[in-house]
Design a protein around this ligand. Structure first.
Ligand code: OAD
Length: 236
């Protein structure tokens, strides 16, 4: 069975990482474009560096939850071809053992040079005076930026994602509000190809009627349950 998973902030919420649009979400009380766009970075790179330093620090101080481990197990399940694309910039899937998670919105534990565009692991803070460690470039904004997708920028791996949407037998969305494009469009594209669709989310998001089936509750409980059911169904 060819399974396409789209995950979002709800997958990592129980590890202790804030979601974006919840009550205490990262975007509540803060104009998104101030920190999460190229324009915002150019206007006030100081605040943008601090915002992403906090995100990096948060990620380094949490651990994967049961949902991350269940998805890592799914990667190796006989009879399953898994394509997992996440909007999350954390590395919790990898720390749970996954090897093929596709990060369409980038990775907070990486940075890239504003000039030479080299991408490298980065576990420290960045600031307006951090030069590129590869070419030495620096500017009034610093030399490097977090390797994440900002509003107005194209997410990564879109060609692969489009191909996999056409090839899958089951589309599963986990812990995502369906408010951010292009990811919010994936379920419609999968449906157009005749693919069955399942939603696993804490509560019904606005786009829930697009799914054939919905399971509501915490990902740390529902994802391992669903993976166990799948394992049982594939071994009978
Ligand atoms: P949101 O914060 O918009 O939505 C998180 C979803 O997870 C909501 O529908 C919650 O109900 C659900 N949720 C919360 N806790 C959960 C739990 N324990 N178990 C299951 N579901 C839970 O986050 P995303 O949809 O991931 O992009 O946001 C998408 C993108 O918007 C992000 O990648 C980010 C943001 O702007 C960029 O920064 C480019």
């Amino acid at each position: 069975m060819n399974i396409f998973i789209l995950s979002g902030a709800g997958l990592s919420a129980e590890s202790g990482l804030a979601t974006f649009r919840g009550k205490d979400g990262l975007w509540m009380g803060q104009p998104v474009n101030d920190v999460a766009s190229l324009e915002g970075f150019r206007n006030d790179s100081f605040s943008a560096h601090i915002f992403y330093n906090e995100r990096r620090w948060d990620v380094l101080n949490v651990v994967p939850n049961a949902a991350h481990y269940a998805l890592a197990e799914l990667e190796n399940m006989p009879g399953v071809e898994l394509f997992h694309v996440t909007q999350n910039i954390d590395d919790l899937c990898e720390r749970a053992g996954a090897k093929h998670t596709v990060h369409m919105h980038g990775e907070i534990l990486k940075c890239r040079c504003l000039m030479c565009a080299k991408i490298f692991e980065w576990l420290d803070g960045t600031s307006n005076v951090t030069p590129c460690p590869v070419c030495g470039f620096t500017s009034e904004w610093g030399g490097i930026r977090p390797h994440v997708v900002w509003f107005g920028e194209m997410p990564f791996y879109m060609d692969r994602i489009e191909r996999q949407l056409k090839a899958c037998d089951l589309f599963v969305a986990i812990g995502t509000s369906g408010k951010v494009y292009p990811a919010a469009r994936f379920v419609k594209k999968a449906k157009r190809e005749g693919v069955k669709t399942l939603l696993i989310n804490k509560e019904a998001p606005d786009n829930h009627s697009l799914f054939d089936c919905m399971r509501t509750g915490p990902a740390s409980q529902l994802v391992p349950e669903w993976v166990a059911e799948l394992r049982a169904s594939l071994t009978v």
